[in-house]
Design a protein around this ligand. Structure first.
Ligand SMILES: *Cc1c(COP(=O)(O)O)cnc(C)c1O
Ligand code: SF4
Length: 338
């Protein structure tokens, strides 16, 4: 059992412990034990958004399969360099919604903090792949002032980038600052790290996530059942033991999870790890991601097929984000006709 106090965590200068990172064409080829020319790797796409993936994620790729669903998520491909109408730099209107640098308050009752631009992995389909993180740097003091004034906000969401790339020390400071705001009740963390770099959830990080007065929700992000191995499952179990409620969000992606059997297997694998499916997002149209898109009608049919084979609590809500709306728009939540 972990009983270390926050103070001890804070005094223990800690760094992010993410195993090894694969960050270029030759490192990827050698990790997969493939000749360079077997990878459809585009240097031009890499220059737009650098390739990056933890070695433990790359280890889950099947090198014999050029269309492996995990490889698809990290491999820079030439399609990303093509211009497609309707694909923009700020597809969900985040910049227009920013009141304070790094704070986005679009929806009633909750505010989202972009705490860092760093991620453990660079997902090629990311809607923030072109986000101007440097210009929108979070100012914690200003953000806390804003949150203190807005007494209708109950929940703060740490997002990014990936908030768990911050050092434990910085996380402790940030969470303590939020806990001093009396009307806040819930702290939510949106992170892909429990899935792609579970080794980062060291005892200190687990301890600091388990303490404090705010109710904790951790929303992980897995798109395919192959992403969830034994260590990801153990990381999720450890988070649950710390009292966090665990949910998953996925993005519906061409060539990754555009198949009802895959989505059903993902839900079942999540459930084994103690995680409930929350959202299945339609792709946000950021520049460079058009080849991942799945039309709404096809998405709806996939969702119907999921409803037909899973209990309701294992069916994620199919949603899309429309700039200017007051919540994510639910395209399909329950079985058709109910
Ligand atoms: C998605 C999102 C939230 C959270 O929405 P929920 O429906 O509560 O999950 C909050 N703020 C922003 C800016 C978001 O994009
Ligand atoms: S981890 Fe999240 S924020 Fe980072 S690249 Fe992937 S989808 Fe984008």
């Amino acid at each position: 059992m972990i009983t270390r106090s926050r103070r001890e965590v804070q005094s223990n200068e800690s760094v992010t412990r993410i195993s090894q990172t694969i960050g270029d064409r030759s490192a990827l080829a050698s990790a997969l034990d493939l000749p360079l020319e077997r990878l459809a790797y585009s240097d031009a796409a890499d220059a737009l958004f650098r390739m990056k993936a933890p070695a433990s994620f790359v280890a889950r790729i099947d090198p014999a399969d050029p269309s492996d669903p995990l490889l698809r998520q990290i491999l820079p491909r030439h399609q990303e360099t093509e211009t497609v109408a309707g694909y923009e730099d700020d597809p969900v209107g985040d910049l227009a919604a920013g009141r304070v640098p790094g704070l986005i308050h679009k929806y009633a009752g909750r505010a989202l903090l972009i705490v860092t631009g760093a991620c453990a992995i660079h997902c090629r389909y990311c809607f923030r792949r072109n986000y101007p993180y440097r210009k929108q740097r979070l100012d914690v003091e200003q953000a806390c002032d804003y949150l203190s004034r807005k007494t209708g906000i109950r929940e703060v969401i740490l997002s990014g980038g990936d908030p768990l790339t911050l050092s434990n020390q910085r996380l402790v400071k940030l969470i303590e600052a939020l806990e001093r705001i009396p009307h806040l009740t819930t702290l939510r963390i949106h992170s892909r790290i429990p899935v792609v770099a579970p080794e980062r959830l060291d005892p200190d990080l687990l301890a600091l996530l388990g303490q404090g007065r705010l109710k904790r929700v951790v929303v992980i992000h897995a798109n395919h059942p192959n992403e969830l191995g034994a260590s990801a499952r153990a990381a999720c179990q450890a988070l649950s033991e710390q009292g966090a409620m665990l949910l998953n969000q996925s993005v519906l992606l061409r060539g990754v999870n555009d198949c009802a059997e895959t989505l059903a297997a993902l839900s079942l694998r999540l459930f084994e790890a103690g995680v409930l499916p929350y959202y299945l997002h339609l792709l946000d149209h950021a520049r460079g991601v058009a080849h991942f898109d799945i039309p709404r009608e096809e998405a709806r049919a996939l969702h119907d097929a999921l409803c037909a084979q899973l209990p309701g609590y294992l069916v994620p809500r199919l949603v899309e984000e429309i700039p200017g709306e007051r919540s994510k728009r639910v395209i399909a939540g329950e079985p058709a006709g109910s």
